[in-house]
Design a protein around this ligand. Structure first.
Ligand code: ZN
Length: 312
């Protein structure tokens, strides 16, 4: 059952390509990305076991951030903050924003600076601790669908940024999000876009495929089916993300320059070399702004962000 297509339950598929964890090097095992024979959804097949999967997440996968890196992240996250703030203003609910997969809590701390109440959930106890201690954001190490400490019907918004593609089955999470939301509350979901020009260009080297951590690779239509099935309708869609799309382009084109990849892999380099690499990477991100904006303009940006409300 688990190995069938999580959207249409079809068992037939065609193999698209085989690759391994080229980004963080947590494993050398080969993984196959396949296309569903019926609906065309892309997924890893067979899926790694939960035990194996835990080994594929580097210890510092979520990133606390410090100094210049944190300043940069605050700037590029404003895009996410604005998208959610607009959803909150439009829905008229006043409950808290619940961020699922909150990491070190930077996004929620920016929401709090704008006067919104916020609470975070994360699988990582370390991430939840940092969110509390460094960012003053109430965060709990818990799963949204198993004993979440949040009261049903209380949230003005539930946000899931780059979470859904990591799940074997997104449905219980989306169902739980629906229960947590106030009547007019909004669900905000962001995933990499498997129908993007970046994927067409870079193929298995596109960082949005992130083998073996991304179990399912969604297109806009797949996300719509998924949300519809859990009782949501999409009211707004965006294909550009200032934080993700230009950086995705840069990392796909020159993975060895990516600061997070170098940190996770513990690459030994002199400080001079580190500064040069950081500078080149940042230059590449800047140069990627225009192509990333153009692909988004044609609805083929490398991420999809949607605002959805409960269906009447
Ligand atoms: Zn399918």
């Amino acid at each position: 059952m688990m190995d069938n297509c999580p959207i249409c339950e079809e068992s037939g598929y065609t193999r698209l390509f085989t690759s391994t964890d080229t980004l963080y090097g947590t494993t050398k095992k080969p993984f196959h990305v396949v296309t569903c024979a019926r609906c065309g959804l892309l997924r890893l097949h067979p899926q790694p076991s939960a035990e194996d999967l835990a080994q594929f997440y580097p210890a510092n996968y979520w990133f606390p951030g410090e100094g210049l890196a944190e300043k940069y992240r605050r700037v590029v996250l404003r895009d996410h903050v604005r998208f959610v703030a607009r959803a909150l203003a439009g829905c008229g609910e006043t409950g808290p924003v619940l961020d699922v997969g909150c990491g070190g809590g930077l996004f929620l701390s920016l929401m709090r600076e704008r006067g919104h109440r916020a609470v975070g959930l994360d699988f990582s106890p370390n991430a939840a601790r940092i969110a509390w201690k460094a960012k003053g954001v109430p965060a709990v190490c818990a799963s949204l669908c198993e004993g979440s400490p949040i009261r049903e019907g209380s949230c003005a918004a539930v946000t899931m940024f780059h979470v859904v593609e990591h799940l074997y089955d997104a449905r219980p999470y989306l169902d739980a999000a629906r229960e947590m939301l106030a009547p007019q509350g909004r669900l905000i979901v962001q995933v990499p876009n498997a129908d993007s020009w970046q994927f067409a260009l870079f193929g298995k080297n596109w960082n949005g495929i992130d083998i073996p951590r991304h179990l399912v690779n969604y297109r806009a239509r797949d996300l719509a089916v998924l949300l519809e099935r859990s009782g949501f309708e999409i009211v707004r869609r965006k294909h550009f993300s200032l934080r993700d799309n230009p950086a995705g382009f840069a990392t796909s084109a020159a993975p060895r320059l990516d600061p997070m990849r170098r940190r996770v892999r513990g690459v030994k380099e002199s400080w001079q070399k580190a500064v040069v690499k950081d500078g080149l990477y940042f230059g590449l991100v800047l140069a990627s702004l225009a192509p990333a904006a153009i692909e988004a303009l044609f609805g083929r940006g490398s991420t999809i962000m949607v605002e959805a409300r409960k269906k009447a």
